[in-house]
Unconditional design. Structure first.
Length: 412
């Protein structure tokens, strides 16, 4: 957690020649502007200008000037750049020309939600499990439709050809101060997964943006192309972004849905809040047409339900103890903007606590088997249906604001 003064000293003492100021568009695609070290102090004090009208979901040409202010605590060296003449990166806050917060800065939206939770005495930690495919490329480096291997779940070499890519991704992330929890081959041909421990929601979202960038860089260096699309191969397993959430009070994980004590009541209410708002927030968790092709098969939920350990549910409670206790939301996919996704999920959970909600009964059956007797509400069946729920949601507009809500729905 560096201060601005410490960062300026670090840059001078460590042969840093370029500084990348990173931010995301409204869909969560990473962008950046590079500056030289001499401009860093100015960046902290007055910001670095850029054309907001050229960024998807940002301003129009009439009010195009926006400014990037680096967050000193996010300093990270980019290990794949030269060691002599180093390159470092900061995530940035975005401000208008008058110094006010930019409404479409999704990172700032998440910061405000976290602050609201802390005011109520409830903290939250978030961890992601992100899947991706590796495809072969042609002679020009363009992605083909040929998966890198034909391995399956937790296979090993030679069936699993992606282990070297996953290892390099993990080692690169470790150099950047991000420690993956585990990695393995997933169900689909050429499909991989890397999981992260729960951490502060803002750091978790920053880490996920970094992770996707590192995967793309490492895959490219290996002559491959990485895909985070929800359904890159018809008839095969889709890519998921499972979101794990724990509740914290006084620095201790209190997530526990069993029993009648206060911790169990808060945990159930948090889960109930997420279930209550899931249809309204789904378009932000699943923002593409192919997202809805994934639901209902290969480990992806289709019903609004929960259960312990059961992987056919929207929410499952993994078998875990102590600091590992958590709920796992299984519907999101990797195309989600993590800042908006986390902000909405956390806000829904906090609303559940505020209103002392109780979740529905657990559904302890395999929901992948079609059962006409199952009387459960479904997740939206299409992108258009999900857009409709979000557009009419006062809850979503209360968290994101009218501008972000309407722009997001318009551009996806």
């Amino acid at each position: 957690m560096y201060t601005e003064k410490e960062v300026i000293t670090f840059v001078k003492d460590n042969d840093v020649k370029f500084i990348r100021l990173a931010f995301c568009d409204l869909l969560g695609n990473q962008k950046n502007i590079s500056i030289l070290p001499d401009a860093l102090e100015t960046a902290f004090e007055r910001g670095i200008p850029f054309d907001g009208s050229s960024i998807l979901g940002f301003n129009d040409v009439v009010n195009s000037d926006l400014f990037l202010f680096p967050d000193a605590s996010t300093l990270s060296i980019l290990p794949w750049r030269p060691q002599q003449g180093r390159v470092v990166r900061f995530f940035c806050n975005i401000k208008n020309a008058d110094g006010t917060d930019f409404l479409c800065d999704s990172r700032k939206i998440l910061e405000k939600v976290i602050a609201k939770g802390m005011k109520s005495g409830i903290g939250c930690k978030v961890g992601s499990e992100c899947e991706f495919y590796l495809f072969k490329t042609d002679d020009d480096g363009n992605r083909t439709d040929i998966p890198y291997d034909r391995g399956g779940y937790c296979d090993v070499s030679p069936l699993d050809k992606g282990e070297n890519v996953r290892r390099e991704v993990c080692l690169t992330l470790e150099e950047m101060g991000i420690t993956p929890e585990s990695s393995h081959h997933e169900h689909g041909p050429g499909q991989n997964e890397i999981d992260f421990e729960c951490s502060n929601p803002l750091r978790s979202a920053d880490n996920l943006i970094t992770f996707k960038s590192v995967v793309a860089v490492v895959a490219n260096r290996s002559g491959l192309s990485a895909s985070f699309e929800p359904k890159p191969i018809p008839g095969e397993s889709g890519n998921a972004l499972h979101i794990n959430l724990s509740l914290y009070k006084n620095g201790k994980n209190i997530f526990d849905i069993e029993g009648s004590n206060d911790n169990a009541r808060l945990s159930r209410a948090f889960m109930a809040g997420v279930i209550n708002r899931i249809k309204e927030i789904t378009v932000f968790l699943n923002p593409s047409k192919s997202s809805y092709e994934r639901f209902g098969n290969f480990g992806a939920p289709k019903f609004i339900s929960w259960s312990s350990q059961n992987r056919s549910q929207l929410i499952r409670i993994p078998a875990a103890t102590g600091e590992k206790k958590r709920m796992e939301l299984r519907s999101p996919d990797p195309l989600a903007n993590p800042y908006l996704a986390y902000a909405l999920v956390l806000s829904a959970g906090l609303e559940g606590i505020e209103k002392n909600m109780e979740p529905m009964e657990a559904v302890n059956i395999n929901l992948y088997n079609e059962n006409p007797e199952v009387n459960l509400d479904r997740l939206p069946l299409s992108l258009e249906e999900a857009k409709g729920y979000a557009k009419e949601s006062e809850f979503v507009r209360g968290v994101l604001g009218d501008t972000v809500t309407e722009k997001f729905i318009e551009i996806i």
